[in-house]
Design a protein around this ligand. Structure first.
Ligand code: NA7
Length: 533
């Protein structure tokens, strides 16, 4: 501890990504004292850490941006349809400066502990540097922020360079003349592989499960589209909340089951060229009906077959599960990259990694390499919370309460953890929505709730155990009506062996939005105020 004095704030916000900095602004406007505690040495959250080549948002920039300030959304100009990581980082820095938020962020302070003291109705928060006390604790820690680093046999013996996509160095990396291996074929790998392949002497891609990916057809911002959107930005933003996945473009209500197959194919061709993630929402029954889903999946598999020249490689790159079951990817030249002579695909399903030595990965063969890249994903949705020692009422630890699966009411509040809020927590649309409108929706809701508590002289809010239980039953009932639960994915914890298997995102932004409004209109139904034991 550098300073043993306990610093006091009305609210502590953990994390200086998009959610954290907007939350700081909102609480300041409410007249509260608040500070952000941030592990990194700068703002950006996921966009600070994920600097791998090709890192890019796969939601159009005109939608993946803040809507709370009309001048900001009118004045900021994105250079491309899908923005690359450096430009997104520039944008979040611009917002922090524009709204004078930097002085409210304590950098290089990783929160290790947060304890609720019932007799005082206060949280005590500890970081590597300081101790704090606060009334409200808001975790804006992101859904994909704790890297998954599998324990490969012998990994510690590797003497070359090890890079991880989710904690990529700030200095530019050059792979020229190097033999590079990448483990994983999720979105991070799919974005980086084409660029790494341009430099590396040899690139070995170790794939456990193939992924569906749609070409981004990214390019410079279409000025006409930008003008049109900006001419009606508030209405355009509202459309986010009317679509199931919170993306304005994904709003087709037609069903494959009721459409002419030729017309379906023609629409798929169009969506393959222009829709990106919207391909999944191109027909309303793709997420719901296995037969409709199979039609869409087949279309993509045929595309892969058409792009990848070697039939064996094409077959290995073709997923056999429901499209969208794992998060759909959007790429720039991913499948085409496998036509390069220096790119080699290794199927880990057939030939698992037996050992990593000082200079090789051993699977079906010994692959001698200089650089090893881990693109192995995240402890998604709960990792950032369970990694902190959080204790609520009766000294209950969050990680114990969530041992059998995370439960949260609306993804905002957790029973036994009073005055603790999570932004885009488990049980909210979060990763199955456009994160930006979902973040703003939550931050607005949390701020309004705190304001209401102050005006109504309530000291403490918490979710009731029943409301939370019922909510998670609903989350899972809805998921069971879709194709999402049949596939192993980080949506249901299946990517981490030791993790409880439970489906965590709420599917359906419009229903969720209505529920939030209903809860507020009924004086925060499902939450308890000033509970007496
Ligand atoms: P993902 O999508 O979780 O991808 C991780 C990849 O790593 C995936 O292909 C995994 O295979 C693979 N993986 C994980 N552990 C292992 C082990 N032990 N052995 C071999 N392969 C492994 O993470 P990303 O960072 O790519 O993308 C995350 C999200 O960020 C993305 O969807 C966007 O929202 C942005 P698996 O599929 O589990 O068999």
């Amino acid at each position: 501890m550098n300073d043993q004095t306990i610093k006091e704030f009305d609210a502590i916000i953990v994390g200086a990504g998009f959610a954290g900095i907007y939350q700081l602004l909102k609480l300041r406007r409410l007249g509260l004292s608040a500070v952000i505690l941030e592990k990194a040495d700068q703002i950006g959250g996921t966009w600070h850490w994920n600097r791998y080549p090709g890192a890019r948002c796969d939601i159009p920039s005109l939608e993946y941006s803040y809507q709370f300030d009309e001048d900001l959304q009118q004045e900021w100009n994105w250079s491309e349809k899908y923005s690359a990581q450096p430009e997104i980082l520039e944008y979040i820095n611009h917002v922090a400066d524009r709204f004078e938020l930097r002085d409210g962020i304590n950098f290089e302070e990783e929160v290790s502990k947060a304890t609720f003291i019932e007799s005082e109705s206060k949280w005590y928060v500890e970081t590597s540097k300081n101790k704090y006390e606060t009334r409200f604790c808001i975790f804006a820690t992101g859904c994909l922020s704790v890297p998954n680093k599998p324990n490969f046999n012998g990994l510690e013996n590797f003497e070359g360079e090890i890079l991880q996509t989710s904690t990529w160095p700030q200095e530019e990396q050059n792979f020229s003349g190097k033999k590079v291996a990448i483990i994983g074929t999720g979105s991070s790998a799919i974005q980086s592989i084409p660029l790494i392949a341009e430099q590396a002497e040899e690139l070995y891609v170790f794939q456990r499960t193939p992924n569906y990916s749609i070409p981004s057809n990214n390019g410079p911002m279409d000025k006409e589209v930008e003008k049109q959107v900006k001419s009606r930005y508030p209405e355009f933003r509202k459309e986010n909340y009317l679509n199931g996945f919170g993306i304005a473009a994904m709003s087709d209500e037609a069903l494959i089951s009721e459409s002419d197959p030729e017309e379906v194919n023609a629409n798929f061709e169009e969506n393959w060229k222009n829709a990106g993630l919207g391909f999944f929402g191109g027909y309303a029954d793709i997420p719901l009906d296995v037969d409709a889903n199979a039609v869409a999946a087949n279309f993509v598999r045929n595309k892969i077959k058409g792009i990848v020249k070697d039939p064996h490689t094409a077959a290995l790159l073709s997923p056999d599960y429901h499209i969208g079951g794992k998060r759909l990817c959007v790429d720039t030249g991913y499948f085409e990259t496998f036509n390069k002579e220096n790119v080699h695909l290794i199927n880990l399903k057939e030939n698992p990694i037996s050992e990593i030595t000082s200079n090789s990965i051993n699977s079906d063969e010994v692959y001698e390499i200089d650089t090893l890249i881990l693109a192995t994903g995240f402890d998604a949705m709960t990792g950032a919370l369970t990694n902190i020692d959080i204790s609520g009422r009766d000294n209950i630890k969050l990680k114990d309460q969530w041992k059998e699966g995370a439960k949260s009411y609306l993804g905002l509040g957790i029973s036994n953890f009073p005055n603790l809020f999570t932004v885009t927590g488990p049980g909210s649309p979060s990763v199955l929505s456009n994160m930006m409108p979902s973040i703003e929706q939550h931050v607005n809701w949390i701020t309004d709730c705190i304001d209401w508590m102050i005006k109504n002289e309530k000291k403490v809010i918490e979710s009731s155990a029943t409301a939370e239980e019922d909510w998670m039953v609903l989350v899972n009932e809805i998921a069971d009506m879709t194709i999402f639960t049949d596939t192993k994915s980080w949506y249901n914890g299946s990517n981490i062996e030791s993790k409880a298997k439970a489906f965590l995102p709420f599917i359906g932004v419009p229903v969720y939005t209505e529920k939030l409004e209903e809860v507020v209109s009924e004086n925060y139904k499902g939450f308890i105020f000033d509970r007496v034991n």
